[in-house]
Write a protein that binds this ligand. Structure first.
Ligand code: FAD
Ligand code: A2P
Length: 303
């Protein structure tokens, strides 16, 4: 038999043995397409799109039993290479925001490619038909339940921090709950905005969601290290009022009207939080809903 059982956090995981790799001649690990006992799933990649040399998105099958709230994140990953001595393999998992909405039959992720990154140095090479690991324990604070009712919601993202908003922008609840949705996404260069730009464009042209969105969506993509239609950091554009002037919106943000969700680097999150505090908004959480919520887009200084 080619089956091999290894143990991870008390869970028995069935994978192929190293010899099976040699036999199938493709030089990659072969994993059985099944739900592995003990709450780890293998899901199949159905589509991959490379946006830049550091960014890609992909879609995978969604297990019937997998439920999440739009905006949450989950652990996904790959099996590591077999240990040369023992032949045993261990899962390599990282937190990822689910970029697709809760109603979607498939799941989408939007990913960085870190050249020396343990996971993404490999993950960037996935192709349709490959399998990845999905841990079915979605969590997160960028959810509607963590905010008090309001009239206008602001989504603030840098880089791959757009991912939870790719989910929330396609979530009908977002459009039902708010009269106005402002998506601010900032990257160094224009090419890095493309995933978000295409998503927003498709939303507006969608026969169903398009109607919900009409007149409510305000999209403000900016770059900081290359000229484009709008430039500047999110923090600066909020404080100097440029975003309100450019979009023709009433400013500044007010606790009686505005709600916000923030997703970027630690430094970005901290600085945006200080701006929102300055406007009088209060941070909330799942257990104590408030005016704004924050999630890290990644840990570390960034690539
Ligand atoms: P790691 O060893 O994990 O990272 C190496 C270094 O690369 C980090 O220290 C950091 O400096 C930098 N880095 C890692 N991720 C990013 C990033 N996204 N943008 C810029 N620099 C980065 N990553 C995604 O690509 N998409 C997501 O939707 C996503 N959601 C996340 C949600 C949460 C709550 C957290 C905590 C992290 C999330 N990440 C996301 C980051 C992700 O968990 C991994 O760090 C990333 O996939 C790189 O994995 P790695 O093993 O290749 O490198
Ligand atoms: P800038 O080019 O002025 O640093 P990074 O790739 O470093 O994570 O940055 C992604 C985007 O987020 C860049 O446009 C960057 O602007 C912006 N940014 C980084 N840190 C902050 C911060 N503390 N406050 C506001 N914007 C930030």
């Amino acid at each position: 038999s080619t089956a091999w059982v290894t143990s991870w956090m008390g869970i028995d995981i069935l994978v192929s043995c190293p010899w099976a790799e040699r036999w199938n001649g493709v030089g990659r690990m072969e994993m059985k397409p099944q739900t592995i006992p003990g709450s780890v799933n293998l899901v199949t990649v159905v589509d991959v799109h490379h946006w830049t040399d550091t960014l890609f998105s992909f879609r995978v099958t969604r297990p019937d039993s997998f439920r999440f709230r739009s905006g949450e994140f989950v652990m996904i990953g790959l099996m590591n290479d077999p240990d040369p001595k023992t032949g045993k393999v261990k899962p390599l998992l990282r937190a990822y925001s689910i970029a697709s909405p809760s109603w979607d039959e498939e799941m989408e992720f939007y990913s960085i490619k870190v050249q020396d990154g343990p996971l993404t140095s490999k993950l960037q090479h996935i192709q349709p038909g490959d399998e990845i690991i999905l841990r079915p324990k979605p969590v997160g604070t960028l959810v509607h339940d963590a905010l008090l009712p309001g009239k206008r919601i602001w989504f603030f993202a840098t880089g791959t921090g757009f991912a939870p908003f790719a989910s929330l922008l396609r979530e009908p609840e977002t459009w039902e709950k708010y009269d106005s949705v402002v998506m601010m996404h900032t990257c160094r260069e224009a090419g890095e905005l493309e995933y978000g730009r295409k998503l927003v464009e498709d939303l507006q042209n969608d026969p169903l969601i398009g109607e919900l969105v009409e007149g409510k969506l305000h999209y403000y993509p900016t770059t900081t290290r290359e000229e484009s239609q709008y430039t500047g950091r999110i923090t600066d554009n909020l404080v100097n009022g440029k975003v309100f002037a450019d979009l023709g919106l009433e400013g500044p943000l007010e606790p009686a009207r505005d709600r916000a969700m923030v997703c970027g680097s630690l430094a970005f999150n901290k600085d945006v939080a200080a701006v929102l505090d300055g406007f009088g908004l209060e941070e909330g959480s799942n257990s104590a809903p408030g005016d704004y919520v924050i999630e890290k887009a990644f840990v570390g200084d960034g690539i």
